[in-house]
Design a protein around this ligand. Structure first.
Ligand SMILES: C[S@@+](CC[C@H](N)C(=O)[O-])C[C@H]1O[C@@H](n2cnc3c(N)ncnc32)[C@H](O)[C@@H]1O
Length: 413
């Protein structure tokens, strides 16, 4: 049973019925389809597809209901908010045609085609290529074959999102195990003028091709990927892009600056993971007029709250030397029953620590476990929500025509 069967009139009817049943008891759903006369194989395929579509809503929103997936393809697919932004940047760079090497189910190809690019996706796995072709119908074309032998000379730019899974489905962290291989990808970046590569957020900066820009991307505080913008697509050495509720906020810099170090203050910022992984904590600190309390820890202290969307801000009430006993007494004296625990530079397990605190009061606070000038401390604080419910003010980029315009804190250095 393959995708073709789901696209026949009988298959479409089975998929429509499965869509109404998916999410409930799978055995009952299969039985209901079979008793409606759907052959068992088709019923199973329709239920699998309907279930994947439900799961895909988290990445693709409502358009998931019209797309096709494989399980592995969905897991590896770029969420649409990130793919749209990347495509908008390609358009802004003057790119009109794109080869997507290793296109998977086609999430990046789809976003690029919708942004107006002529796109050809290349996919080695026949079943995945068929799914990409279905998703791309009328928008982009798909070649089933090996990307390493595909002729990219007729394209303005190349995008590659190499598979980072072993044949057994496990994640691989070593770029030499990527597919297409890192040798191929980095070689392409060296010889083709415009190449963009999606890699894992933990990608070793030392492996980034010379002159490339590394962009770390987070979605609603989750760091989801890095894009290496190679050749003429590079604009700055490092960029952090923080997408919150679909709105983009950017910070750029060298990734080499050191933040000033100084005393604690009345406000503490927890920079977004994209900022930290991009090595832009110094640039972030300068946007909020802050400093580090410890040169090795990415918490930024300041004396005034500056609205930002590039991290969370807390109003600090206490900074005390770390001691479970003293902390328990202090929190009880404040009637604290609920704590949000954050940590940087502490080896404690937050869940265990919360149990050890044995809290029973009514109030809630944030507790940040960290170090100041090398010494372990506990910080009691309240999160600040800036005007409009956003921890932000100003003119955030909206991911529109030029995805980089209007950052609130574009601290290019
Ligand atoms: C991470 S996925 C791409 C996901 C895609 N960007 C998306 O958002 O839907 C990588 C894909 O590359 C394919 N692939 C791996 N090696 C390949 C090769 N040598 N040629 C073409 N495709 C390849 C894999 O089968 C896999 O589907």
């Amino acid at each position: 049973m393959d995708l073709h069967d789901l696209r026949t009139p009988d298959g479409e009817a089975a998929l429509a019925a499965a869509t109404d049943l998916a999410g409930g008891d799978p055995l009952a759903a299969a039985a209901a389809l079979r008793s409606a006369g759907v052959p068992p194989d088709l019923a199973a395929a329709a239920l699998t597809q309907a279930t994947l579509r439900r799961q895909a809503v988290a990445k693709f929103g409502a358009s998931a209901s019209g797309m096709f997936f494989t399980r592995a393809g969905l897991e590896q697919a770029t969420r649409s908010v990130v793919a749209r932004r990347r495509s908008a940047r390609l358009v802004a760079a003057g790119v009109r045609s794109l080869a997507d090497l290793g296109c998977g189910i086609g999430a990046d190809s789809l976003a690029a085609a919708r942004a107006g690019l002529r796109v050809v996706g290349v996919e080695l796995d026949p079943a995945t290529a068929a799914v990409a072709a279905a998703n791309g119908a009328g928008l982009f074309s798909v070649v089933q074959g090996d990307a390493t032998t595909f002729d990219v000379s007729g394209f303005d730019a190349v995008f590659c999102d190499p598979a980072r899974r072993s044949s057994g489905g496990r994640r691989v962290f070593d770029p030499s195990a990527y597919s297409p291989s890192w040798d191929f990808v980095s070689g392409l970046a060296a010889r083709f003028p415009r190449v963009a590569v999606k890699v894992a957020p933990g990608f070793d900066h030392a492996r980034v091709p010379a002159g490339a820009e590394t962009e770390l991307v987070s979605v609603d505080r989750d760091v989801v990927e890095a894009t290496l913008w190679c050749g003429a697509l590079a604009e700055v050495p490092r960029r952090a892009t923080v997408l919150r509720a679909g709105v983009a906020h950017s910070l750029t810099g060298s990734g080499l600056s050191a933040a000033p170090v100084g005393p604690v203050g009345g406000y503490l910022y927890d920079p977004d993971g994209a900022v930290v992984r991009a090595g832009l904590v110094a640039e972030f600190a300068s946007t909020v007029g802050g400093r580090l309390g410890d040169p090795t820890i990415a918490y930024v202290w300041a004396d005034a709250p500056v609205p930002t969307s590039l991290g969370r801000c807390f109003a600090v009430t206490d900074v005390v030397p770390f001691s479970l006993k003293r902390l328990r007494t202090l929190l009880r004296s404040r009637d604290v029953g609920t704590v949000e625990i954050l940590k940087r530079g502490s080896a404690l397990d937050p869940a265990q620590f919360r149990r050890d605190l044995r809290l029973a009061g009514q109030a809630s606070i944030s507790l940040l476990l960290t170090r100041v000038a090398g010494a372990p401390v506990a910080v009691l604080a309240t999160p600040i929500t800036f005007e409009g419910g956003q921890e932000s003010a100003g003119n955030p980029g909206d991911g529109g025509a030029d995805p980089r315009e209007g950052p609130v804190h574009d601290a290019s250095v």
